[in-house]
Design a protein. Structure first.
Length: 290
């Protein structure tokens, strides 16, 4: 009896530890994830996909696109650059402060043709005292943070993908293989819905050498009525329909294309930072609208 109780207790502890590691810990880490204010414009991120894009996510899932495309950008690290923006009114004090940071920077030519990169540091913690030292001399500097790695150099994203990016996706479709390119930021690279539709119909015509199969069953081949459809594909060469006919995307095709252009994991986050472009200035005027 004593040995049976020990076996039961050991099994209970093992199951409890597994539940804690695989269920409770992720819930504590991610269960309270919510929208955040991010970017120069302080917009909410992420936001739920609008209706047609949400329908397109289901089309994407049903077609098995996730088996060939990932939505998960990786990175190897970050590059933090100190940019001198303004030398201030006391060039001597600024050069003295820069010389303490790097002896090569105490020369007058350092202050020419601003803004310019003057130093590269490991991270933001290393950048903070440098910014304070430059500011104390009356000059102005800022940090430019950029992610680095193969995915970044391919133009697939500005930074690595994190759990926050999937907040409103159900099911989450990060993928596991890359027969084709990563799509996490496809909406920024290829924001034209019509291009996406042509690519779905004739992949090799839009991307030479593409091995993606055509999804022509998502389109309707039909005879032109009194006038051509406004949504008919503009195709040329061997992909163009014969005279008097047109190729029109179905609702599923339009939904899928809308979903693809909605893929924009491009906001800087605390756990995955980068320096976003400054927001354009807000122009106010009292003159009447034209």
């Amino acid at each position: 009896m004593k040995s049976s109780a020990l076996v039961f207790l050991a099994a209970f502890i093992a199951l409890s530890a597994s539940w804690g590691g695989f269920v409770l810990a992720p819930q504590l880490q991610l269960g309270r994830t919510a929208q955040v204010k991010t970017g120069p414009a302080q917009d909410n991120y992420p936001v739920a996909r609008p209706g047609l894009a949400a329908q397109g996510a289901e089309v994407y899932r049903s077609l098995g696109c996730v088996y060939c495309h990932s939505q998960s950008v990786g990175q190897e690290g970050v590059k933090c650059e100190i940019i001198l923006i303004d030398a201030g009114t006391n060039a001597t004090a600024t050069l003295a402060a820069l010389g303490k940071l790097n002896r090569e920077l105490d020369k007058p030519q350092t202050l020419a043709l601003l803004p310019k990169v003057i130093l590269q540091v490991a991270d933001m913690n290393a950048a903070d005292p440098i910014l304070k030292a430059i500011g104390a001399a009356g000059a102005k500097a800022q940090v430019l943070v950029n992610a680095v790695g193969p995915d970044i150099s391919r133009g697939w994203g500005r930074r690595r993908t994190v759990a926050q990016d999937y907040l409103y996706d159900l099911p989450v479709q990060p993928g596991s293989r890359r027969v084709g390119p990563d799509l996490a930021n496809l909406g920024l690279r290829m924001p034209d819905v019509n291009w996406q539709l042509r690519h779905l119909y004739a992949p090799a015509a839009t991307v030479p050498g593409s091995t993606m199969p055509p999804y022509r069953f998502l389109f309707e081949f039909r005879k032109i009525g009194r006038q051509p459809s406004a949504s008919a594909l503009q195709l040329s060469g061997k992909d163009a329909p014969p005279a008097g006919y047109e190729i029109v995307p179905t609702e599923a095709a339009r939904a899928l294309a809308t979903y693809l252009v909605s893929l924009r994991a491009n906001a800087p986050l605390f756990e995955s930072p980068f320096t976003a472009p400054a927001a354009p200035p807000v122009v106010t005027t009292n003159s009447p609208a034209k």
